[in-house]
Design a protein around this ligand. Sequence first.
Ligand code: AHG
Ligand code: MN
Ligand code: MN
Length: 345
Amino acid sequence: MSESPVSMHPGPIQPLVGTTLREHVLSGMQAAPGATGEFTSLINHLSLAIRIINSRVRQAGLAGMLGYTGNTNVQGEAVQKLDIYANDVLLNVLERSGHCGIIASEEMDDPVFTQHPSKYIAMFDPLDGSSNIDTNGTIGTIFGIIRRKVTDSKPTLEEALRPGYEIAAAGYALYGPATQFVLSTGQGVHGFTLDPSIGEFFLSHPNIRCPQKGTTYSVNGGNRALWSEGTRKWAEFLKASDKASGRPYGSRYIGSLVADAHRTLLKGGIFAYPADEKSPKGKLRILYEANPMAFLFEQAGGMAIDGVNRILDVQPKELHERTPLVLGSVEDVMTFKRFQLGQQV
Ligand code: AHG
Ligand code: MN
Ligand code: MN
């Protein structure tokens, strides 16, 4: 009798004990000269804030946490209850950590300056993809951490207005079917999945690499009439048939940067929120959306530009400044750039 391809007796089940987020960050920092443990503690505080936000996101429909507050933020966007909740949790946890002299957020007009001497600046989008909250779509939290150049002086806004290449750590949390934490401290990109039964993040996606080229593109095609000619031609190019280069590309767009970028990071391809007639500077914010994502993509071997120039080189002038953002596989981002410059592809 021939053997069934599906064995009725699988081998011994591997115990699900792996590297925790804390162990991972600790082992990376042990190699750092002069490490004091503060950085590890800061990431642990971020992980705590994310677990608290996650718990509320999971119960939002039952806990009266859906819907709008009736207020608008500094950028004129309608604020939802979860935006504020997530902001307050992060602010609270980071203030208590004692590691951040400056805490800036999409939901706060001005940064919060703390009193104590402190080494770090934290910037975050507390809840990204808020238009997906009420429909149970994937949302997330994005953050970037910069080291202060002076640690014992009174913090200033200018300290936060630094180009992304100075980022010490960046990451995001995804509140999707699973809760994941994707982090880079400058030594590659690593993904962790929350085991909700014990409240611990375990390493599930070590050393994420963004493929050199993908087969999907992610853009709000509803803005087509507002795009530049280069952007329109780029989209037409990806939709045209050419077997050798994998076209036509598939289209995937959720409208949560975290979710669209996460898929692009793992599977390759391109995400674009380009400049358009309505938003000549793009929609996404440099300091707490574009920069952390650009840092992660470069760390994973991908690329992030504003259409032409490297995102991480941009010198921000304002806290809530916007930028066009194009990120993903190197080949796909280069193709976008060529169309912007009117070059032959
Ligand atoms: P936020 O919810 O933090 O305001 O961010 C929303 C952003 C981003 O997540 C997404 O990529 C983009 O808005 C979607 O914009 P459109 O609805 O214009 O496509
Ligand atoms: Mn956002
Ligand atoms: Mn947001």
